[in-house]
Design a protein around this ligand. Structure first.
Ligand SMILES: [Fe+2]
Length: 253
């Protein structure tokens, strides 16, 4: 069973459109799921949610989705420095002011976790567990350098065993590791990558027979359209430069 996993679209509509076009050209896809953070940092939160809904893509709640949806006091993001913190607050306030009632209700209703059983419920496995950050919290940054013990603790919490897959996003950097036969897959980000590659990213996950196969796909999109729209909005211009450099701007004010 071949799945497409997309995460952290962050209201970047041109990036999402390019990814969905790319997915249409893939063969043998059973289903596409999103792993949350549909909104924030770019000026199309309502359009992004509308496209996800009209495309029939189920998914889980990212920290941005659940905090906007519940009118929490901040987005639950981590900040590297005071300027980043200031920018985060501006983005969060902007997003909260611009989401429609329908968008907000949709975000609030997203589940924390989705489990897939590619071989059907009559067999005990394999199981694919979809969350945003980790099985315990959607704000937890699960980076590739986490020790094996951390991965196994998360797997135990999630009820995962050898042959299963836990897929998540949140850090905006794609990676795949196997620990004790359990596969840990970070899908990267569609609309705000942080690995130095500006292109939109998604994951192909083939699971059900043999060892899970994971493939990262990167897609060029009309980034100029996104950068222009950010500059023409009340969102900070910094977010445009952030996209252009794949999350690694030379100077962070
Ligand atoms: Fe995110």
């Amino acid at each position: 069973m071949k799945y497409v996993l997309i995460s952290d679209v962050h209201a970047n509509l041109p990036a999402l459109e390019a990814v969905l076009d790319s997915v249409k050209r893939q063969s043998g896809i059973a289903a596409t799921y999103h792993l949350g953070d549909l909104v924030g940092y770019a000026p199309w939160p309502n359009e992004t949610v509308a496209l996800i809904r009209s495309s029939g893509i189920p998914g889980v709640a990212g920290n941005y989705d659940s905090t906007v949806g519940t009118e929490y006091k901040h987005c639950g993001c981590r900040y590297e420095d005071p300027r980043q913190e200031e920018l985060s607050h501006i983005s969060y306030d902007w997003t909260r002011r611009h989401v429609s009632v329908g968008t907000k209700e949709f975000l609030a209703g997203l589940p924390f976790r989705i489990d897939l059983l590619p071989n059907g419920g009559h067999l005990s496995g394999p199981r694919v567990i979809l969350v945003h950050g980790s099985p315990t919290l959607n704000t937890l940054y699960w980076t590739e350098d986490r020790p094996d013990d951390f991965c196994l603790k998360m797997a135990s919490h999630a009820g995962a065993k050898a042959g299963d897959v836990i897929a998540f996003g949140h850090t905006h950097i794609p990676w795949h590791r196997e620990v004790a036969g359990i596969h840990f897959v970070n899908t990267g980000s569609v609309g705000r990558p942080k690995d130095g590659d500006w292109r939109a990213g998604y994951m192909l996950l083939d699971v059900g027979s043999g060892a899970p196969q994971v493939e990262t796909v990167r897609v060029e999109y009309d980034i100029e359209r996104t950068m222009l729209a950010i500059r023409e909005s009340e969102l900070p211009d910094d977010f445009a430069e952030y996209l252009r450099t794949g999350g690694q701007p030379a100077v962070t004010r």
